[in-house]
Design a protein around this ligand. Sequence first.
Ligand SMILES: [Ca+2]
Length: 402
Amino acid sequence: MQIVKQFCAAFAFLSSILPLGGCRNDDVVALPWADAKVESLTTLDNPWAMVFLPDGRLLITEKPGNLRIYSDGKLSDAISGVPKVEYHEQGGLLDVAVDPDFASNQLVYLSYTEAAPEQPADAKDEGDARLGEYQDLNDVVLKGLAVARGRLAGGELKDMQVIWRQTPKTIGRGHFGGQLVFAPDGKLFITSGDRQRFDPAQDLDSTLGKVVRINSDGSTPPDNPFVNQTGALPEIWSLGHRNPLGAAFEPTSGTLWEHEMGPKGGDEVNLIEKGKNYGWPIVSEGSHYNDVPIPHHVEKPDFVPPLKFWNPSISPSGLIFYTGDKFKDLKRKALLGGLSSEALIVLTIQDDKVLDDSIVKMSRRIRDVAKMPDGSLLLLTDGNDAELLRLAPAGENKVGEG
Ligand SMILES: [Ca+2]
């Protein structure tokens, strides 16, 4: 069952006269089972991800290459020490993660788009009809996803070291993936997009279109599924992914959940298991952008089908499982941002099944979701005039009002 909630119901009459057509500060949004007051905390330039440090400060990435801290109602200047990023369209500074032992080691992890140090002299993108109009053939930079870690000390990142690189780097295009998530046992999972190259998502000698599992120093765990397979890259955990922009561990079961954007339709939610193949580009619940059909998962049962899919697309971005107390009825639910759907998506998950989804219209592209230490929700909107929004139960005092 899908419930589409009306956003800003109490202010609906305003939407036709507001120039941006969006919800104003301090509006009320009807979350499933609770009304929430929306408060704008700060503005940002193309933010991509956010995560809390154990001391309650919030790290936020901006795609052009800035890492900032939001704390005590203020947004910091850009933190120095961030690696040089290749900022273009979907690429740039992407996710940020905090080491489970941050209190003792101060380690912070960044994913980002990295240009190859040596660029080919006559690079060209011949294009691919399956991408339809979503192609920029003028972008011929050889690049790929990279993950680096360093110590956050005294307002700067120190001793940054690259611990993983997508293989191979490819020219232009998007679909970097880039989600970083620590497993309960401390292993680091990285989602790696297919770079709009399709077939490499099925090849074990490439990390395009994969979920990757490494130790936090970049070494390979010996119990990864393909470590003993000749020609396979040992960091691969699962394959057949397209553009995964959300990953999180369900806190009770400890299972890894992922979502990925489908092509024309067919955005997927998957339960990620060791060594499994999720089918892209051989199967999908969507079609190519030139309307060439793709077999559906049910036609090829060797591939793991999604537990939930959307057609038309919602363009999911960011994923958490809510564990706070402020919104009691959201407990254990999965929260996803929605870009093209301009929504917050709430999934009810039980016994490894998606029972229900609610699409809460926000009238803005939502890039990422987080839970504040006090149980409030934070949303990052998308774009160059983006905002950090706080959602708290309606009727509660605002931040700073005591
Ligand atoms: Ca799939």
